[in-house]
Design a protein around this ligand. Structure first.
Ligand code: FAD
Length: 370
């Protein structure tokens, strides 16, 4: 079977790995010159660890990651609202892990043996034909494939080619991310919630901490230049323990800024073209499920392709198995973002009374087999 994977992010690399494990040899093209080396951090809840195990990469990843046993939610004054022991929910799946993004990309990339990788090449267009798909590359060459897998992220070119009516939607928050030295000893996933801002710190090993800050913003505000971290607003809103990490970050720290977007669509298949990962179902990061969903997509699609005689049947089976789970995650992300916008006293009451229950309710369905 001639398979093209477009995109060498978590979804595309995991897809290539899952296909190799089924004895298939895909082509993969990625527009960047190589997998990202730096970047920011990543939180992987237990179902991501289970997916990594199925890809044969859990030991290699865990060796470079920090296990996260506790998730702690504090209010804007640093008072505890909710404390959850992650293994109360994830014990049947695996550990929750935190790590630099580049580590996961490199682990996936280094696991590939049979995939024909082309970095520094992008896709210009995909044309679905009756039983194949025609890919046009940025250098003008055209190649016919039995299947094209769009793993090219939230602004997917593959999606634009076959579902031009589906656009990504802004979800109402802008964010900033960076890695800095852990000068205060953060030993758990720790978030502080303010009225329109939140600030999260996550230990990622080697004495470093991954920081994520977000703020509600109108569509118009979100279109303005976000490059500058709102340092003063963060320091005015949040006291210790997290403010110290913002205060002490070196001036040259690389800050990644962006607006948060989601992709919601009914169907991910058009002829012999299929979407996975953020190209199909990007969500706000409030459930930290992006990597897990991308890797689960890859495992299920590879399994369906190797088990079905006809590609059409495999793609229908993939959608049927993945849609309910992905819909659940997207709904939970929207509910969490809404809860965050409650007035401070409402948010505090809900989290104090039912923080653990809400955690359990939103994640337990994801502990079910994929
Ligand atoms: C602020 C923020 C924080 C997040 N935090 C977490 C977290 O803690 N945990 C978690 O699990 N998830 C998190 N996520 C979500 C997670 O990052 C994504 O779900 C995941 O990276 C999606 O991977 P992907 O491979 O589908 O897409 P991407 O990572 O976007 O990869 C797509 C790849 O395709 C390439 N590409 C694009 N167009 C073309 C083209 N035309 N031709 C060839 N190549 C192309 C791109 O260069 C890129 O390498 C977060 C997301 C955001 C925005």
């Amino acid at each position: 079977m001639r398979i093209l994977i477009v995109g060498g992010g978590i979804a595309g690399l995991a897809m290539a790995r899952a296909l190799e494990l089924k004895g298939l040899r895909p082509d993969l093209i990625e527009r960047k010159a190589d997998v990202p080396q730096g970047g920011t951090g990543l939180y992987l809840p237990g179902n991501a660890a289970r997916a990594l195990q199925a890809l044969g990469l859990l030991d290699a990843t865990s060796a470079l990651a920090t296990p996260i046993k506790t998730q702690r939610i504090l209010d804007h004054k640093g008072r505890p609202l909710s404390i959850t022991q992650t293994q109360d929910v994830w014990a049947s799946c695996g550990p929750c892990l935190a790590l630099p993004r580049g580590v996961l990309h490199a682990t996936l990339r280094q696991s590939l043996r049979e995939t024909h990788l082309r970095f520094g090449t992008s896709i210009s267009e995909i044309e679905p034909l009756e039983k194949t798909s025609l890919a046009t590359f940025s250098d003008g060459t055209m190649v016919e494939y039995d299947l094209v897998i769009g793993a090219d992220g939230v602004h997917s070119k593959v999606r634009q080619s076959v579902f031009p009516e589906v656009l990504s939607q802004y979800v109402g928050n802008v964010c900033w991310r960076f890695i800095t030295a852990d000068t205060v000893g953060i030993d758990a996933w720790t978030v502080m919630l303010g009225d329109s801002m939140s600030l999260l710190a996550l230990p990622i090993g080697d004495g470093q901490v991954y920081m994520y800050a977000d703020r509600s913003a109108s569509e118009r505000e979100a279109r303005q230049d976000l490059a500058q971290l709102p340092r003063n607003a963060l320091l005015e809103t949040f006291p210790a323990p997290l403010s110290a990490l913002v205060e002490q970050m070196p001036a040259h720290t690389q800050v990644h800024a962006g607006r948060l977007e989601q992709v919601v669509m009914e169907d991910w298949v058009s002829g012999h073209v299929v979407l996975i990962g953020d190209a199909a179902h990007a969500s706000s990061p409030s459930m930290a499920q992006g990597a897990a969903m991308a890797m689960e997509d890859a495992l299920v699609l590879a399994e369906m392709l190797s088990a079905s005689e006809r590609i059409g049947d495999a793609l229908a089976g993939y959608t049927q198995r993945r849609k309910p789970r992905v819909d659940w995650v997207q709904k939970q992300c929207i509910a969490r973002d809404k809860m965050r916008r409650l007035p401070g006293w409402g948010r505090a009451s809900v989290l104090k009374l039912a923080g653990n229950l809400l955690y359990r309710r939103s994640y337990t369905p994801l502990t079910e087999p994929i």
